[in-house]
Write a protein that binds this ligand. Structure first.
Ligand SMILES: NC(=O)c1ccc[n+]([C@@H]2O[C@H](COP(=O)([O-])OP(=O)(O)OC[C@H]3O[C@@H](n4cnc5c(N)ncnc54)[C@H](O)[C@@H]3O)[C@@H](O)[C@H]2O)c1
Length: 351
């Protein structure tokens, strides 16, 4: 049985500890600067509670830690966890810059630690099936990928305090707006399905009174000559999307042999619906809908992480996958700051 440490007990935390527990791991140590919150989680599992994450890293019983802190703390916590010899699972985004992510990738590789980055959308059965189908469909010619998430309050005339504060709660927790929040997952899926893009033109926009972006667009040149169109948007349309609940996140992947359409479901309510995959075969015209029961992708992710960790297999998505997304975010932002200039992506040779 794997003994797990949970570092950070905010919004995302329950998906990790409940996922680990469902997959048979033991939650051994829980940390948050807010002691009562850490104790609340720890008491569910008979675990120890601490306010300093170093206590979790010093705990000899803990083999694997999930780092669920604000993005600005990921670099230091990841490096400390690697140095302490723990297996590491870091929520996306890996860090808050390509340079810091490079450091983490190198440190994990040198120490030989198990290191996973938390891109749970890859674990929807629909996403896995799309990957399997794509293996026989040839190179990606054109890909449309968008994450539209309902966030109507940002479009109201007067903003709640947490968004008008400086820095806003969004910047404090995530270090950026929709590009790093919803967009990071979609950039990871572009990488997962179409490989590393070579160059990018980006656009980003905010609204008056906000210190973060609410819209980010990019065209990404794919390595084989195709194009990926990317958009992340926090929007006010309460009923948009496949679930008619405002969640409107989808991918359309085209090759010479056919098309895949994928519709995801609201990230924190996976119990409502299953994600949907539609496959059109270009030659026969046959359309196949792959429908799945409502499953929690975090539970599949945690079970797969534990399986790989126990089997001594490398993690996937890895620290490298985390770096790729952080590099894309940085280059899209740089391009947007230069009015959409077409920029080569300065990949570090870390593999
Ligand atoms: N995979 C997803 O879909 C998804 C969704 C939401 C968040 N996330 C990621 O999860 C991470 C955390 O996001 P969140 O929404 O849970 O943020 P959050 O602000 O709700 O939680 C962060 C927690 O860390 C605690 N904390 C802050 N500094 C600390 C320190 N020095 N030591 C110990 N605890 C400390 C805070 O008290 C808080 O409980 C971010 O990287 C975010 O991008 C991923």
């Amino acid at each position: 049985m794997v003994n797990v440490g949970i570092i950070g007990c905010g919004n995302i935390s329950r998906f990790h500890h409940e996922g680990y527990a469902a997959a048979g791991a033991r939650i051994a140590h829980v940390c948050d600067v807010r002691l009562e919150v850490a104790q609340g989680v720890a008491s569910r599992y008979g675990a120890r509670a601490s306010t300093d994450y170093r206590a979790v890293l010093d705990d000899p019983e803990v083999a694997l830690v999930s780092i669920l802190l604000p993005a600005s703390l990921h670099r230091e916590a990841c490096l400390a966890a690697i140095a302490a010899g723990k297996g590491v699972v870091c929520e996306k985004t890996l860090t808050d810059s390509a340079e810091s992510s490079t450091e983490v990738v190198k440190a994990a590789a040198q120490a030989g630690n198990f290191f996973a980055t938390g891109f749970m959308k890859r674990f929807f059965p629909a996403m896995q099936q799309a990957k399997t189908l794509l293996a026989d469909m040839g190179e990606v010619v054109s890909l449309y990928a968008r994450s539209w998430q309902p966030f109507g309050v940002l479009w109201d005339e007067s903003l709640p305090r947490e968004y008008s504060d400086r820095p806003s709660s969004v910047i404090r927790s995530y270090g950026g707006g929709v590009l790093v929040c919803g967009g990071s997952h979609i950039l990871d899926l572009i990488h997962f399905y179409a490989g590393r893009p070579t160059q990018v033109s980006g656009q980003m926009r905010s609204r008056e009174g906000l210190d973060f972006d609410v819209q980010a667009n990019a065209m990404l040149w794919l390595k084989d000559g195709g194009i990926a169109h990317f958009e992340a948007l926090w929007h006010p349309h309460a009923f948009a999307g496949y679930e008619r609940n405002g969640w409107d996140e989808r991918l359309e992947i085209n090759t010479a042999k056919g098309r895949l359409d994928i519709y995801t479901v609201k990230w924190d309510h996976p119990e409502n619906n299953g994600a949907l995959l539609v496959h059109q075969d270009a030659r026969s015209g046959r359309v196949t809908e792959h429908r799945y029961p409502a499953v929690n992708p975090f539970h599949i992710e945690m079970a797969e992480i534990l399986r790989r960790f126990e089997a001594g297999e490398p993690a996937s998505p890895s620290a490298w996958d985390g770096y790729v997304v952080d590099q894309l975010i940085e280059t899209i932002t740089a391009s947007a700051n230069q009015r959409g200039a077409l920029l080569p992506i300065p990949w570090q040779d870390l593999n």
